[in-house]
Design a protein around this ligand. Structure first.
Ligand code: CTP
Length: 403
């Protein structure tokens, strides 16, 4: 069984989605995990500790200062005996407490006291999810390394429609498995491109794009942490050095292509960079001055690094993965891109702005679809780090390395 011997501490917050936590317990047990649960006071308004205990086969913890519990197992031990803490549903209130480090009850105390990974499955009204305070808390939690799965779009119990529905138990289980199941990529060589490229116009100006490099860096780190020898070729980004075997910093698409070529042979290539499609044929060697007429720039197409790696005559990686950043017709365009570029998998994401004018570019989470020969697989909204971890697990499967 996939999660044999793994111990999960499940914190059930208050929300109508609490009933799905019961289904999650059942699935975790079926997968071989043991489950201890903390039911918050708000959670207990929706489901009973009796039903939680009946499914988990363990006593359900409720109060911080329950002396019996403290003598059996204190809150510190409780939060550390687990391999993973899962909060489902994670309410706006629980997220806020964890983001600022408040610990007024057993659930928030366990979250603060743990030295283990934490996965949140947020569930709340769409306005609460979109509120600037929740956005700030989410950004802080992601920075702190907290894993996030969901929420999904859909109709909510409150009658409104939008993002805020808790991820389905199967999606939460997949996120748990990606965190807990060790993958071993030792001996595998990986190449990852990340960030934008800057194509000079003159010594001070360039053509560029809004790519932050976060997704590519997260992928390089996840592969490296799984034991792969990883070369990260990065365009200009504001991120600090990543945990990789080697980081090569470049500016232009041509430099990026050359750095990739120099890194070959590799077993996997993942092109997460937003490479500029064109460069200026003859960048000015001195700064263009305003009194001159607006310059006309002659643009020349850049090398397509993903297509070149996919069709490499002597050193084609065994697995080549590209990204398709689209603003419309996502799956159709992405499938066409996979065929046109000749890569094995494509990760499609919608980079159009949402109703708040926010784009996935630069944000900390990503909702992607993985397209391969086998078809399309849609993943729930995940932090970029969780997308990276899940992709690493898929890659491990491809190389027959899944534990
Ligand atoms: N890519 C690349 N080299 C380029 C352009 C793109 O390696 N010169 C890779 C990106 O890293 C990504 C994939 O190709 O993995 C798709 O990039 P995208 O910008 O979505 O597609 P384009 O090929 O630029 O097509 P278009 O802009 O027309 O959508």
């Amino acid at each position: 069984m996939e999660l044999s011997g793994k111990r999960v501490l499940l914190i059930i917050g208050g929300g109508i989605a609490a009933y799905k936590a019961l289904e999650l317990i059942r699935r975790l047990k079926d997968a071989g995990a043991s489950v201890h649960a903390i039911l918050t006071a708000a959670g207990a308004q929706f489901i009973t500790s009796l039903s939680v205990s009946a499914l988990s086969g363990e006593r359900t913890y409720q109060e911080l200062f329950d002396l019996t519990v403290e003598s059996e197992m204190g809150h510190i031990a409780l939060s550390r005996a687990a391999d993973l803490l899962v909060v489902a549903p994670a309410t706006a209130d629980l997220m806020a407490k964890l983001a600022v480090g408040l610990a007024p009850d057993l659930a928030s105390t366990a979250l603060l006291a743990t030295d283990k990974p934490v996965l949140l499955a947020p569930a709340m009204n769409v306005r609460m999810w979109q509120h600037p305070a929740t956005r700030r808390n989410l950004a802080a939690l992601t920075r702190d390394g907290i894993h996030i799965v969901g929420p999904n779009d859909g109709e909510m119990a409150c009658g409104e429609f939008g993002q805020g529905r808790m991820a389905e138990p199967a999606e939460i289980l997949a996120a748990i498995t990606a965190i807990l199941k060790p993958v071993n990529l030792a001996g595998i060589r990986a190449l990852v491109t990340a960030g934008p490229t800057h194509e000079p116009i003159d010594p001070v100006r360039y053509l560029g794009n809004r790519s932050s490099g976060k997704q590519g860096y997260a992928i390089a780190e996840a592969l490296f942490n799984a034991g792969a020898e990883t070369v990260l070729v990065s365009g200009p980004v504001a991120l600090t050095a990543a945990a990789t075997s080697k980081l090569v910093r470049v500016e232009t698409a041509i430099e990026m292509r050359d750095a990739c070529e120099a890194a070959l042979p590799v077993d996997i290539a993942i092109c997460a960079a937003a490479v500029a499609d064109w460069h200026v044929e003859h960048p000015h060697t001195t700064k263009l001055k305003k009194p001159n007429a607006p310059p006309s720039l002659v643009l020349v197409e850049n090398p397509d690094i993903l297509a070149e790696l996919s069709h490499h005559p002597t050193a084609r990686p065994k697995l080549v993965i590209g990204f398709a950043a689209e603003t419309g017709n996502l799956l159709v365009n992405a499938a066409a891109k996979r065929a046109a570029k000749g890569c094995d998998w494509i990760i499609a994401n919608d980079v159009s702005t949402d109703t708040q004018g926010k784009s996935v570019m630069g944000s900390d989470s990503n909702r992607v679809h993985l397209l391969s020969e086998a078809g399309a697989e849609s993943w729930p909204l995940l932090s970029k780090r969780d997308v990276a971890q899940r992709l690493t697990a898929k890659i491990a499967q491809f190389f027959g390395r899944a534990a």
